[in-house]
Design a binder for this molecule. Structure first.
Ligand code: ATP
Length: 274
């Protein structure tokens, strides 16, 4: 039923303040986005408009969060898709989905009366993998359609459309995608360092009753290699342990148990039951 649904992970809008760590990536992204919010400036200097930003980095590091925050920052409508959604058995279906996605972005912007739209494609490598001719006719058409749509974007057009894409394997991308005028801004989104881990843990502890004196710094120090998604999961698991044990608050011992659980990558009971 409705009540058992997991609580939505994301608020209806998301800002850069909801993203822990990633200071350099956030700064680079904001610098790039400023081109979009200051179109007069870029016209004055004759700067080529920004069409595509590629976010690169391991899974669960906040690339999707960044794209959503970018939409909020630039007052854009947000349309998201995953590369795998474009993979279909029949030739032409993927390409027509690409067309539909651009259409949807334009219609949504008009409906919501916005000047800008951001299209986010997660796992771009699925459609934008290196073309080796022959074998992948379907992928080729999909990728070609994406390139055609990108090439057809103009600053003078309303809404202005910015494409953001995420991948964890840039080396796999077809070079056509990386050419100037396409995805020519690349932003690396790495696993968080200890400081980043602390701020991610703090963000995800905000709605949870932590026992007094619990040191999230200690937890941050012990979670080398954890992604943001794993840290979110850790906080959630710790809360589940505390609740099951009938406690009022979450203390260090549940947090430590949760580290082990996330490290072992065990499925939660919830997932196992689903
Ligand atoms: P994937 O490549 O697997 O799609 P991603 O890099 O797009 O991963 P997100 O979907 O943005 O990762 O993150 C997944 C979840 O992990 C978020 O909804 C959030 O709860 C948590 N998370 C990840 N990174 C951060 C971060 N830097 N700050 C706060 N929460 C984070």
């Amino acid at each position: 039923g409705e009540r058992n649904k997991p609580k939505a992970k994301l608020p209806t809008f998301l800002t850069f303040d909801h993203i822990g760590g990633q200071d350099r990536a956030k700064k680079e992204l904001i610098e790039a986005l400023d081109f979009l919010v200051k179109p007069e400036q870029i016209q004055k200097f004759g700067i080529r408009p920004l069409k595509g930003i590629l976010l690169m980095g391991p899974p669960g590091t906040g690339k999707t969060l960044m794209a959503k925050a970018a939409a909020h920052y630039t007052d854009s409508v947000f349309v998201g898709a995953s590369g795998s959604e474009f993979v279909e058995m029949y030739v032409g279906v993927g390409a027509s989905r690409v067309r539909d996605m651009f259409k949807e972005a334009r219609q949504k912007a008009i409906k919501e009366n916005k000047q800008n739209a951001i299209i986010f494609i997660d796992e771009i490598d699925v459609v934008g993998g290196k073309r080796d001719g022959g074998q992948q006719k379907e992928y080729d058409q999909t990728l070609n359609q994406l390139l055609t749509e990108m090439d057809g974007l103009h600053t003078s057009e309303t809404p202005r459309i910015l494409i953001m894409a995420a991948t964890n394997r840039k080396d796999m991308l077809d070079s056509a995608l990386l050419r100037p005028g396409r995805f020519d801004r690349h932003i690396q989104v790495d696993l968080p360092d200890a400081k980043g881990r602390l701020s991610i843990l703090e963000l995800h502890a905000r709605n949870k009753p932590l026992a007094e004196g619990v040191s999230l710094q200690k937890i941050a120090d012990q979670t080398f290699g954890f992604s943001g998604a794993q840290l979110e999961s850790l906080m959630n698991e710790a809360a589940i342990y505390a609740m099951r044990e009938g406690r009022e608050t979450i203390d260090e011992s549940q947090l430590l148990q949760a580290i082990d659980k996330v490290m072992m990558g065990e499925k939660t009971d919830r997932e196992a039951a689903a």
